[in-house]
Design a protein around this ligand. Sequence first.
Ligand code: PMP
Length: 382
Amino acid sequence: MKALYEACEDKNKADLSIGEYKDGEGKSMVLNVVREVETDISERDDLTKDYLPIAGDREFCHYAEKLVFGSKCKALNENRICSVQSIGGTGGVRLAAELIKKCAPKKIIYIPDPTWVNHKSIFTRCSLEIREYGYFKNGFDFLHLIKDLKAAEEGSFILLHACAHNPTGTDPMPDEWKQIFDILQEKNITPVFDSAYLGFATGNYQKDALAIREAVSRGIPCLVAQSFSKNLGLYSDRVGCLSVVCDSEKEAENVFSQLKAIIRPMYSNPPTHGSLIAGTIFANPFLIRKWKSEMKGMSKRIKDMRQLLYRELHRKKTKRSWDQVIQQIGMFSYLDLEKEHIEKLRNEYHIFMSPSGRASISGVNYGNINYIVKSIHTVLRR
Ligand code: PMP
């Protein structure tokens, strides 16, 4: 889709397919705190290009654990969590899948319908048996989800989006998470949290990690794949962290060895640049404050654009309710459009979104809102 957008020469073209944050002028940006740290790094003469250990930068992993689980987390303080640096969030999910393939007695994973397209490819590559659970049908389908979980196989795994579900932008409420975890505990099903949008969804890392923290505080073993692509804007630096919450310190040590045995023949060790930037920020309360304020700014701009899109579609009395635009959270909104509308928007109006109707709200700005709304309105009226 990105290539189609770039090749398009229409001056009104709008890219709502992107998974990268764009600023109010539709441009990619580097966070100020990242620029600042990169400048400091470039002036340091103690840094080398030596290899990182197989499991990556230990300090970075330690801070990443503290961020997601909180420094008071019992499992963390009992050394029951092991973590490795991963190649972005994708790499973390892949390592989780490889670990299941290598070590789990039951190689079955439940994934939401719909989900991020890469999940199926990753789990297929690792020869896991994929089963789907109901998630979204004209809105969050909690009853379907619960029904499917109750029928799920004991001792299996389940992929959960920690927050800002991609592509639907729809998450369970806190009480619904509790009901989900009740069933997982009952059936000994292990969650794999894909956490690509922590901090980016509400602007608050702790709040976005609510589901993960609830599971861990209940003593549920789980796997957590964090990505720092979106929330730090480090897309091309490929930095993430996979943590495995175990029942004992001994088990965490064993899992850590297994992960290193998986990584070594795959890519030997991860790259340094992204983890050095992220680790430097996480180690310094002043830089963390700066980062959090910028993260909040990105999250707020997306929320503002949701309100604007909703208001303008209503002002034009465009068919359908559009409530989902302001109800959904995170980067994406699942627009209530049919295939023919999505194709017309792309082919005739040069508005690009994924074929499922997933629109990246970060691609909306004051410069293109009128054109986007006018185009959607016209396509739905015809
Ligand atoms: N999981 C989900 C749900 C995502 O949306 C994405 C990014 N599109 C990823 C994982 C991958 O993140 P990364 O770019 O850090 O590999």
